[in-house]
Design a binder for this molecule. Structure first.
Ligand SMILES: Nc1nc2c(ncn2[C@@H]2O[C@H](COP(=O)(O)OP(=O)(O)O)[C@@H](O)[C@H]2O)c(=O)[nH]1
Ligand SMILES: [Mg+2]
Length: 385
């Protein structure tokens, strides 16, 4: 049981110049809020006097083993005694006194409150050009496309969250991508998220930040892609499979019913359609498996595809469907030379035989994919039962 309402957690690595300033502001916020609270400084092996300075300023210092922003914050949250948690950097770039509206949002019933620096004032020199005009906007757009958070600044370091929400998310990332992981999982477990304007100040330290622009930017992006089977597999997979499938069927039907129409589209374009179809079903098959893997980690319990699969899928059904498609393709492949040399049921002009061959290959490969995906899915299902 938490005994306090609020824990303000500050991750710190070699921040002796700025930590007292931050702790002082955080203590002031607690008194402004007239609440029971504590300031926790999570230190992961600072080589300077961060720990002594933080303790002298009135913080409870916890030592975290191992490096990384995520690891440090998570460690701090785990030892925190408050029902509500507030986090922000130790370098003076956020003003802890400004966390008051965040806590008020939590009191009003939100689970997670995220700052938006583009709605606040960004002091000159506080945010590097690349972060301001490329990194943060791009990452924010991708986040909203894939996870629909509707936030305006997904990299803001000042946030507040309920302790039980923190526990529900089961956060694991060690590095700076922790900030992204929190929003991804918040959306997957369905937290109530609020946004408040946030000011960003020039940090008060005399050395470069720990964050490395390209490495950490990629880690944020990578995280979102990994946790969005919809974005990485289903969008491109559906696009390619639809285009390819329409091409395969459209060209065949055209060659049967109305040979010669739209003749800029020749029968050899069946091969391009086949390429799209195979890329598409490859991505969709892997996407289903990835979605199931996400579900097993309990990140995405509300996913409709998974609910549907759990009701209808069985390994045996998948194998029957796959085998049927393979047999259909093989039968068509076997029929092609018969139709060419024999007199029985001739298939018609060359174009149609090419269409037939490509369709047969598509059918066999779709069947094979179906068999393998069923086995991969079956693996998950048998673990559940
Ligand atoms: N990258 C990193 N940051 C840490 C670590 N431990 C604590 N931090 C703190 O995380 C906060 C954010 O780091 P900072 O270098 O200011 O990154 P930026 O402001 O996002 O460019 C600071 O308060 C750091 O002291 C760590 O192991 N790695
Ligand atoms: Mg900073």
């Amino acid at each position: 049981m938490s005994e306090l309402e609020l824990s303000i957690v500050i991750p710190a690595l070699d921040e002796e110049r700025t930590i007292a300033h931050c702790v002082g502001k955080a203590l002031k916020a607690i008194s402004t809020l007239k609440t029971s609270g504590e300031v926790v400084v999570a230190d992961n092996g600072s080589a300077d006097r961060t720990r002594e300075v933080a303790t002298a300023a009135g913080a409870r210092v916890v030592a975290i083993e191992g490096r990384g922003y995520g690891k440090t914050l998570r460690g701090g949250f785990t030892t925190a005694k408050g029902r509500f948690l507030v986090m922000a950097d130790a370098d003076g770039s956020y003003d802890f006194e400004e966390c008051v509206p965040y806590v008020e949002k939590l009191r009003a019933g939100f689970d997670l409150v995220v700052g938006n620096r583009f709605q606040g004032v960004i002091s000159p020199g506080a945010m590097p050009f690349l972060h301001r005009y490329l990194g943060t906007p791009v990452l924010t757009v991708v986040m909203n496309l894939l996870f629909g958070t509707g936030l305006g600044d997904t990299n803001c370091g000042m946030r507040a969250l309920r302790r039980d929400a923190f526990e529900r998310m089961g956060l694991k990332a060690d590095g700076m991508e922790f900030a992204t992981e929190m929003l991804v999982k918040a959306s997957l477990v369905g937290l109530k998220i609020a946004e408040v304007p946030c000011n960003l100040y020039k940090d008060l330290r005399d050395r470069p930040p720990h964050l490395r622009t390209w490495r950490d930017g990629w880690r944020h992006l990578r995280f979102m892609l990994l946790f969005s089977p919809l974005g990485t597999f289903f969008f491109p997979g559906t696009f390619c499979a639809t285009l390819g499938g329409a091409g395969l069927l459209g060209l065949t039907v055209r060659d049967v019913l109305a040979p010669g129409t739209a003749d800029w589209l020749a029968s050899r374009h069946m091969l391009t359609a086949l390429l799209f179809w195979l890329v598409g079903i490859g991505a969709l098959g892997l996407g289903i498996v990835a979605q199931e893997a996400d579900y097993q980690e309990r990140y995405d319990a509300r996913n409709r595809l998974i609910v549907f699969l759990h009701k209808t899928f069985s390994l045996e059904k998948g194998l029957i469907l796959g085998t049927a498609l393979i047999l259909l393709g093989v039968a068509l492949l076997a029929y092609l030379p018969i139709s060419y040399y024999g007199r029985v049921l001739p298939l018609g002009p060359d174009a149609l035989r090419l269409d037939g061959a490509v369709l047969a290959i598509a059918s066999v490969l779709t069947g094979v994919q179906c068999v393998f995906v069923s086995f991969a899915l079956g693996l998950f299902y048998h673990r559940v039962k």
